[in-house]
Every structure is written in C-alpha cells, then in structure tokens.
Write a protein that binds this ligand. Structure first.
Ligand code: AMP
Ligand code: MG
Length: 507
C-alpha cells in the first residue's frame, strides 16, 4: 500500500466548487446524498488520489474514516452542495425521455492536478455513484452493489493505465447495507473523477424538450470546459460536434484494438469528452468473436464488439440532431458525421499496423490484417494473447512457430500457418531484429487486461470481506504492457470451465 503521508497533507476538509449551478435551475437538482451506514474505505487508487493532491490511505484510522464518510456522501464538508444533473437519452435505439443522475451526486470540482498524469485538464469533477436516491431515480434505489462497483473501480483505473481515455476512480467505500438485485447484495459507493461528466444525453434533453436557450448555455459551458478553441470558430456548436466526432472515432479505435466491449452504448452513456464512461456489463474479449456481447439484456447484439463503431456513429447522429438548433445548417452537421468513418478507419488501421509490428503501411497490408483477424475469429483465439504472443514469433521462415502461439489456432491451423508465411515475408520489409520488433509490439499489445474471471475472483473475495485479491489485481493492471513474470497467472486465458461473461444491466 502506498503511503503518501510524508509528501501530501491530509485534506479531508475539501473546498468543492460547484460552477454547474450557474447554468440555471433547469439543469440540476440540489440533493444531499443519503450516504452509507458505517462506511469503510475498501479500495483506493493512489494514482487518482495523487491527481487531486490527496492522501487517502493515511494509515491514520480517524482520517481514513473521515475519507470514507466523505466519499460515501455520509458526512460532507461545510460548503459542499451536491447536485444531480438532468439528461435524457436513446436506449437500445429508442428515445427513453428524461433520465438523469439517478444514483450519482456531483460533489463539485477540485482544481489540483498531478503533472505526472497530465491529460491537459486541471479541474476534476468529483462524483459519487450509489450514495442514494435522487429526483431522477425513477424506480431505482439509488444504490450500486459491491460487485458492479468493484468492476467500475478496477476497470476505469485499468483502462487509464492501458492509455485509453476514461473517467477515473478515486476510491470505493463499502458498507453492510443490504440491497436487492437478482439476489441480496451489499451497497458500495465509487467516487469517480472526470474533467466533465457531460453526456450526449445532456444535449438531447434540452434540444428535444425545446429549451433552446438552455441548449446554447450548455454548449457554451461544454466548450469552455473541454474544447475552448471552439469558441473562436465561425460556428462553435459545429466545431464542438466535430471535436466529439474526432475524439469518439479515436476512442472506438482504442476500444476495438484492446478488445473492449462497453455493453451499453446508449446515448446517455456517451461522453462529450470522448472518454469511456459508465462501466456496466462491459468485458474484455477472451476468444475472438466479433458478434460477442457480454450483456445478456442485449439479445439482438446491438452493442456487440463488431458493432461498436457503427453504434458510435449512430449516437453521434443523435447528438448532431440535438445540436441542430445551434448549428443551423443540417448539411454541415451531416458533413461532420461523415468524417467519423474515415477518422475511425484510419485510426484503427494505424493501431493494427502497430499491433502487428508492420511499420510503415505497404500495399497488401490491409489484406494481411484482415486475414489475421479472420484466422483469430475462425479459431476463437484469445484476443489479448494472440497479439501478445505474435510478438514472439521469430521472423525467419525456417523457425518453428512457438507452441504458445500455435496453440491459439488449433481449430483451423492450416490457414493460420499459411498466414504466418505471408506475415514473415512481409516482416522482411521493416527488417527489424526479432527482439526489437517484440519490444515495439509489447508496447501496444497488453499482457494484462481485466478479464472477467479475474474480476469475478476479486469480487468473490471482496464480498467475503477480503480486498487483498482486488488490490493485487489492481497492482498488476497498473503495468499492463510489462512482462511481470511473477504474475503470469493473471495473463492466462480463462480456465476451460470458467463461465463466459454473462452480465445484465442490473448493478
Ligand atoms: P445505466 O443503464 O446504468 O446507464 O442507467 C440508466 C439510467 O438509470 C441512469 O439515469 C441511471 O442513473 C439510472 N439508474 C441505474 N441504476 C439505478 C439505480 N439503482 N437507482 C437509481 N437510478 C438508477
Ligand atoms: Mg449510465
């Protein structure tokens, strides 16, 4: 456990700003969180704490208890006036009307920042998830169960260390409060951080309800917060849309290449920042199946891995429509959307080129990449292991294919061997030494991702009151691209008898 006490003060009495209130009363409800009975700090991200200049694991019980009370919403510092924001959205392709923060409380924002984790934002919104009902809870209880809170906590930090834009997780607070889902579970609160939690759905809300003055204020606010250069554009709302298109295209290329399936890409779960937001029934791909979704609620496979880029475009179209009253001209909005496909394809191609260690693009590379992906799909080869182990393939034509790699392609080995021959021929071109190519490929092909069976193991232990497995998993996921030979077990595919991820929206 990191102790930060020597270098950072224990600042439990934080001064939160709440500038979102200035947008106007139609944007939020002021709600105090209910909190948790006898809250305890279950997990802390030392990296996210450092981002805010905080020391959450002070090893001084009274102070750590005060953190647990604050980050469960049980006891708030003077002057902290939490709000819940209103948004709407399209869920599974249908207009769902008003939604809003049904179990999220925005405590406010803090402005300290850690230059070693700089991502260009110095102000961080601090949001509790699961601290009680809000005016937007509808039939929900305002709670989040420990199981889903651990998944969100671990995955957001894991994604950050993979280099994929995401909201962060500061800490996880637990309690014995019982909540009913398919079975009885216990409640937890995750504290999330982001420069902005504004979703596509916030814009849809004000646009489709005809509140166009509010829509303009929201656009100005979002531009000032996340993309200030848009303010100088001839059409700022169009520039905002263009920026979201670009960021979302990049994010989709990153998700696809890491084998991440979000599971619920509704417009209310899409971030204007282009960051990964709302971890529900997500999964990292084990055996490659483009049609796979871990979300059992999604029977049609709308949000399957292979459909994510098209769904992102669909969601951007909904955003463009919502912004039309500000953009004015439908044709330029459509042009902005048309830019998604080429930007995504280019980003995806560039990443795959790097993942295969091919260097500069050559004729025939597209076919080589497509054939590799087809071989992986035919063999249901493990996504993460296939790319990682390909890095250890000797380029020389007479060298045997390492067993570890060949063993991932046993269903149809012949087309795979034919592909290896083509690949080796192609590798003569960058002409890198094997070790050099492996080094470059290892930097983009992680060894460790938050596999479902690893998360399940950590959750089972945590539900029994022991967070050591979850903490160790988090420590491994901090360096996903490193070899970490002592942690080889965390790199393995799920055991044969492991259940495939089957998750619902119930969390
Ligand atoms: P999600 O499918 O998790 O993105 O949630 C969709 C909407 O339902 C959002 O407005 C959430 O805030 C709300 N929601 C989800 N779970 C709960 C819950 N347990 N209590 C209250 N609101 C919830
Ligand atoms: Mg959501």
């Amino acid at each position: 456990m990191d102790s930060c006490m020597q270098v950072m003060p224990n600042r439990v009495d934080l001064g939160f700003d709440q500038p979102y209130r200035n947008l106007g009363s139609e944007f939020f409800s002021a709600v105090r969180p209910v909190g948790l009975p006898a809250p305890r700090l279950g997990m802390v991200s030392a990296d996210a704490s450092r981002l805010l200049g905080l020391c959450l694991e002070s090893r001084r019980p009274a102070i750590d208890q005060a953190w647990a009370e604050l980050f469960s919403g049980t006891t708030l510092p003077a002057g902290c006036e939490p709000i819940c924001t209103v948004y709407s959205g399209h869920q599974f392709g249908n207009w769902a009307g008003q939604l809003g923060d049904g179990r999220a409380h925005l405590l406010g924002e803090l402005s300290t920042s850690d230059p070693t984790q700089d991502c260009g934002y110095a102000r961080w919104e601090v949001q509790l998830k699961g601290a009680g009902r809000t005016p937007y809870s509808r039939h929900g209880d305002g709670r989040a169960v420990l199981r889903s809170s651990i998944r969100e906590f671990l995955c957001s930090e894991a994604m950050w260390h993979l280099g994929i834009p995401t909201t962060r997780a500061l800490c996880l607070v637990t309690s014995s409060l019982a909540v009913a889902r398919e079975r009885m579970e216990t409640a937890a609160v995750v504290t999330r951080l982001a420069p902005s939690f504004i979703r596509f759905g916030h814009f849809e809300h004000f646009s489709y309800s005809g509140q166009h003055a509010a829509l303009r204020r929201l656009a100005d606010w979002t531009i000032a917060r996340i993309d200030p250069a848009c303010a100088d554009a001839a059409n700022p709302a169009l520039a905002l849309l263009q920026g979201v298109v670009t960021r979302t295209a990049q994010l989709m290329a990153q998700w696809q290449c890491i084998g991440f399936i979000h599971g619920v890409m509704n417009t209310d779960n899409m971030s204007m920042l282009g960051w990964t937001l709302d971890y529900g029934p997500f999964a990292f791909m084990d055996g490659f199946d483009p049609a796979h979704t871990p979300n059992t609620t999604d029977r049609a496979g709308r949000y399957a891995w292979g459909r994510q880029p098209a769904i992102a475009r669909w969601n951007l179209l909904a955003l463009a429509q919502a912004l039309l009253p500000l953009i004015g001209e439908p044709r330029v909005a459509m042009d902005a959307i048309a830019a998604f496909e080429p930007q995504f394809s280019q980003a995806m191609r560039a990443r795959l080129q790097d993942k295969l260690g091919l260097g500069a693009l050559q004729d025939g590379d597209d076919a080589l990449v497509d054939t590799w992906l087809a071989a992986m799909a035919e063999n249901r080869s493990d996504w993460t292991l296939s790319f990682r182990r390909l890095g250890s393939l000797p380029a020389h034509v007479d060298s045997p294919i390492p067993d570890a790699l060949q063993s991932l392609f046993t269903t149809r080995p012949q087309p795979f061997r034919a592909w290896v021959a083509d690949y080796r021929r192609r590798l003569r071109q960058p002409g890198l030494a094997d070790a050099e190519r492996k080094l470059a490929m290892d930097l983009v092909n992680p060894r460790f991702v938050l596999r479902h069976h690893l998360a399940q193991h950590a959750i089972a232990q945590a539900e029994a009151g022991d967070f050591s497995a979850a903490r160790e998993l988090m420590a491994v996921l901090r360096y996903p691209y490193a070899e970490q030979p002592e942690h080889a077990a965390y790199a393995a595919a799920p055991p044969q008898d492991a259940e495939a991820p089957a998750l619902s929206c119930s969390s």
